[in-house]
Write a protein that binds this ligand. Structure first.
Ligand SMILES: [Fe+2]
Ligand SMILES: [Fe+2]
Length: 168
């Protein structure tokens, strides 16, 4: 019984939340409007990898991308990093059940995420580029700015972790 409880507690702690995201304050500072947006919250109902939903995934990726930027000496636009990180998978459907017109999700969702992000949050050019090309190298075109590179790297690291947790 005790073992089951601690296992459940561990599973919960693996999920990103206000309490276990190291850089949540920075995320809230630049992305508060996104975090509370009705459309963005819908991502809680879409599964990403394993047992993680898209909402938790993009928070984890943004947190990790900030972490990468903190360990490197390069100057970046932290607001763009947060906003593009939160919106990099803003395609707004469950890719396990792609609807009409959502074929080739893996290669094409960066474009749909960018279009939705422009529509709902008026993201700037730097943010658009990071969202559009976050699937590099699958996207062929690499991100143009450092923020995009950090998101791309953080996304792969988080996806690998989510995949491993799923198969534990
Ligand atoms: Fe993605
Ligand atoms: Fe992602």
């Amino acid at each position: 019984m005790k073992k089951t409880k601690s296992k459940t507690a561990k599973k919960e702690s693996e999920k990103p939340s206000k309490n276990n995201l190291k850089y949540y304050e920075i995320i809230e500072k630049y992305g508060g409007d996104i975090l509370n947006h009705e459309e963005f919250l819908k991502q809680k109902t879409f599964m990403q990898h394993g047992k993680m939903n898209t909402y938790d995934h993009v928070l984890a990726v943004t947190n990790r991308a900030i972490g990468i930027s903190k360990h490197l000496p390069f100057k970046i636009d932290e607001s763009a990093l947060v906003r593009a990180g939160l919106l990099h998978d803003y395609y707004l459907y469950d890719w396990h059940h792609p609807g009409k017109g959502h074929h080739f999700h893996f290669f094409r969702h960066g474009r749909w995420a960018k279009e939705n992000a422009i529509r709902d949050f008026n993201v700037n050019k730097r943010e658009q580029n990071a969202i559009r090309w976050h699937m590099f190298p699958a996207s062929i075109v690499p991100p143009r700015h450092l923020e995009g590179w950090y998101i791309t790297i953080a996304d792969k690291a988080c996806a690998a972790k989510e995949f491993i947790i799923r198969h534990k």
